[in-house]
Write a protein that binds this ligand. Structure first.
Ligand SMILES: Nc1ncnc2c1ncn2[C@@H]1O[C@H](COP(=O)(O)OP(=O)(O)OP(=O)(O)O)[C@@H](O)[C@H]1O
Length: 245
């Protein structure tokens, strides 16, 4: 589903990713781990087409990313959840959920939906699946961080992309809510046979909810293993700070 071939990305003279290659199969649940500055966000932004690589090639479902120029086509293929959720706080929950359909809708239908929500049944269904059916007309900014993250998940359910990219999806949540969101994200993805690539700071959650760990260090792959094969020693080396001489 995802092919990364010798990707390199620099910010001015700083190399953020150097000659990175890996393949992700359909339905895999991949966690990107590694110390701060390792290149996790850069990699996800490249996969989401928010950044362009300096060299190398990225393919999704056998096609170079550059060929997904049409936003409808791209939205069917790739969905993104970011730390800041990208929700519109002033709008009711239902409108944020329906935004998952915007790429599919005409401008007129999108505009009409602000007054009379279109495809409301599907949005209610998505909110039921994340346990928020009673918040349909609540102003989104009144919801807690965890609830807002569930709204972002419901929006993703409406969009139904084949690939879900998540950049630190639980960064601002307490442990119980983090586990709740990760269980929901990976559980729903399994049901729909979606592919997930998520960056996580918590190795514990990465191992518990994801089947494969790709560890990045200094813009390079440090290890790429099934979760159950990763050893404590490897994790210690991954996060070890350089010794000061
Ligand atoms: N816009 C930018 N301009 C210059 N350097 C950048 C920029 N964005 C990232 N970098 C650098 O590129 C490297 C990789 O950053 P990136 O954000 O991808 O790491 P990360 O693994 O996601 O880190 P974190 O876990 O802290 O979010 C870092 O050294 C960072 O300082």
């Amino acid at each position: 589903m995802i092919e990364v071939n010798s990707i390199e990305k620099r910010y001015e003279r700083k190399i953020a990713l150097s000659s990175l290659s890996f393949v992700v199969k359909k339905g895999e649940l991949v966690a990107l781990i590694g110390p701060s500055g390792a290149g996790k966000t850069t990699l996800l932004n490249l996969l989401a087409s928010l950044l362009e690589p300096d060299s190398g090639e990225l393919k999704v479902d056998g096609k170079p990313l550059s060929q997904y120029a049409d936003r409808r086509q791209r939205a069917r293929k790739i969905g993104l959840i970011r730390q800041q959720f990208d929700l519109v706080g002033q709008l009711a929950v239902i409108h944020n959920v329906l935004a998952g359909r915007l790429a599919e809708w005409s401008l007129l239908k999108s505009f009409a939906s602000l007054f009379i929500p279109q495809e409301k049944d599907k949005a209610v269904d998505a909110l039921k699946r994340v346990g928020l059916e009673d918040k349909l007309y609540e102003r989104t900014s009144n919801l807690s961080g965890g609830e807002q993250q569930r709204v972002a998940l419901a929006r993703l359910l409406m969009q139904k992309p084949e690939v879900i990219l998540a950049d630190e999806p639980v960064a601002s949540l307490d442990p119980a809510r983090s586990e709740d969101i990760l269980a929901m994200l990976t559980g729903l993805a399994k049901q729909e046979n979606q592919t997930v690539v998520a960056s996580l700071h918590s190795v514990e959650y990465a191992r518990k909810y994801f089947t494969r760990l790709i560890a990045l260090k200094n813009g390079d792959i440090f290890f790429d293993l099934p979760s159950h094969q990763v050893t404590e020693q490897q994790l210690q080396e991954l996060y070890q700070l350089k010794e000061l001489n």
